[in-house]
Design a protein around this ligand. Sequence first.
Ligand SMILES: Cc1cc2nc3c(=O)[nH]c(=O)nc-3n(C[C@H](O)[C@H](O)[C@H](O)COP(=O)(O)OP(=O)(O)OC[C@H]3O[C@@H](n4cnc5c(N)ncnc54)[C@H](O)[C@@H]3O)c2cc1C
Length: 531
Amino acid sequence: MEETYDFVIVGAGSAGCVLANRLSADGKNTVLLLEAGPRDTNPWIHIPLGYGRLFVDSKINWGYSSEPEPHLNGRRIYNPRGKVLGGSSSINGLIYIRGQPEDFDDWRAGNRGWSWAEVLPYFKRAEDQARGADEWHGTGGPLAVSDCCDPHPLCEAFIDAAEQAGFPRNPDFNGATQEGAGYYQLTSRRGRRCSAAVAYLRPALRRPNLRVVTEALTSRILFEGRTASGVEYRAHGALTTAKARREVIVAAGALATPPLLQRSGVGPADLLKRLGITPVLAHEGVGRNYHDHLQVRVALRCTQKITLNDDMVSLGRKVAMGLRYALLRKGMLTIGAGYAGGFFRTPLAEDHRPDIQSHFLVFSLDKMGEALHPFSGFTASSCQLRPESRGEVMATSPDPEAPPSIRANFLATEKDRRVNVEGLKLIRRILAAPAMQRFIAKEHEPGEHVRSDDEILAYCRERGSTIYHPSGTCKMGDDPLAVVDHRLAVRGLERFRVVDASVMPQVPSGNTNAAVIMIAEKASDMILGTA
Ligand SMILES: Cc1cc2nc3c(=O)[nH]c(=O)nc-3n(C[C@H](O)[C@H](O)[C@H](O)COP(=O)(O)OP(=O)(O)OC[C@H]3O[C@@H](n4cnc5c(N)ncnc54)[C@H](O)[C@@H]3O)c2cc1C
């Protein structure tokens, strides 16, 4: 079968949904959006706390695993990714963070148009901020951003403890300054998840010039010479060729975009040779510069039965939680991955910028996706915001169903090791402040016996894991490893762009969904020529 559209977009995730909406908005262009996963009908997608249930659900989650990580004691690190309309924004922790202005000013090197001043309007255009518009925030955009549910005594204690430890209270991490402790805002509206599919795709679905095909796995990009002419995809047993009159845009995410390019003949020469793929363009950068945020957690036993762990073992409390949500859209079911948290400077921070982020959770468990601890527990984590370590993502076979080889190379540099150790010490310093102490019966993990820097580093290696922000695998720039230019056009090829977390030259200092949505907002203007 063969079809023709103006634009063919691969992947209906955070970026793909934005592009599908914006490129079809004026009715002039025909747009095809292809998504490997199903529609977002699973009810747990739309209830924020459902996050925990989606974590390992293979129907809507690619559930990747890394190769053994050399600096994490050879462990394979689980890496969930959304495989559903909305992509990872349908299974993520809902935290709304943009990063630091300096992140984007750094992107600006080699990438005209990406400074903080130039990207802020796109963050604002995307946003529907429940607190109202101001210098930093927008209203009336598709993406709902709102305050989390009610204050929680443990979160209050964490924020007070941070103040006692010398860090400011911060009511808005996306405002004048990122530094300090406070509550996270979430991409939710009235207690329901606002994924990119809810925000951008649903309002556009009735447009006659937009076609969305779910359960459609794009197997490769088609080229005529060096021009992308369309894609080949398999849906419901049929293999279809979709031609693109104007452009093919890949938005499959930082772990799926490089293997798709590589299978299509765009990638490192030796890889293409090894896999027997005819090269379209040998490019060493495709799949390199992979990096992510490593998270290390401190789990605590609580002196009071006020944690989600306690709710989940009590039928009465679970019923009350369900009723409170059903009637008022409030309570524990409205919380995402982090309730409170903060951005802090360790002694290694080189300038005035926080170098670690903390997520404070009112529950505890051994591993994300597993059952909560049977005791009252809560968690405070540390993650290094600007890691130096770099890895790679490579196709393992021409078969589009074959999972890629993923190597994050966490903790490969001395600086990353030291910042992670200092980050954990800083979190412990906050937990040791008087406001928090009355809630702590005992440190469950790493435990009191883990004290010296060497012991803490050993703990990071044994228990550290991703916080799900893979980035940079088809980076934007003007150096030899840069895959796309500042307009996100793939270098050396025509009518072909990448628009997703892969193009980030460096991961922003925080959670990545808002930045990906900003990238796609800006890309749509560049594609339509309205920038
Ligand atoms: C568990 C988890 C928690 C997170 N928590 C947060 C958080 O709290 N706050 C935050 O800001 N960020 C968070 N993130 C990160 C954030 O959600 C991602 O950075 C962002 O969604 C990435 O957007 P993307 O468009 O690059 O990729 P994705 O949203 O992953 O979209 C890629 C899409 O492409 C599809 N696709 C892939 N290959 C193909 C193919 N061959 N054919 C067709 N379709 C294909 C995928 O199925 C997917 O739908 C989290 C992520 C995860 C997984």
